[in-house]
Ligand binder design. Structure first.
Ligand SMILES: [Zn+2]
Length: 132
């Protein structure tokens, strides 16, 4: 990843990576909402930050295998958050993530579930409404 003092766009669509998701991924700030966590996890996928993805996945549902795709030619294109609903310490975020694999544009439509424990939001799992 190129490092420079210039303002970098956030992979999740935010104007400034440092002020958007970088403060969570690189500076250890805690997201206050499940949507902030979801956006930062998307950014971490685009950056290949396996450690951040594991740290923000609820331990009981965390898979053993590597989370970051190492498929050649995998390129994330953008994120669109459709809906964010929070009720107490539980939340769902519906989003569409676009990516390119092997030259073909793809989309992932997911409804993610999150839980908050000790003030920290965690990703639990997701369902895929179009994959039935
Ligand atoms: Zn962001």
């Amino acid at each position: 990843m190129a490092r420079s003092a210039e303002i970098q766009k956030c992979p999740c669509g935010g104007a400034d990576y440092t002020a958007c998701c970088g403060r969570f991924i690189a500076q250890g700030e805690l997201p206050r909402t499940a949507e902030e966590l979801m956006r930062s996890r998307y950014a971490a996928y685009t950056l290949g930050d396996e450690a951040y993805l594991r740290a923000t996945w609820y331990p009981r549902t965390l898979p053993e295998e590597t989370l970051v795709s190492n498929e050649p030619g995998m390129k994330w294109l953008g994120l669109e958050v459709r809906r964010h609903a929070e009720a107490g310490d539980e939340a769902t975020v519906e989003f569409i993530a676009r990516y390119k694999l092997g030259g073909r544009a793809q989309r992932m439509h997911e409804i993610s579930r999150f839980v908050r424990e000790d003030g920290r939001w965690y990703y639990i799992d997701g369902s895929f409404p179009e994959r039935k």
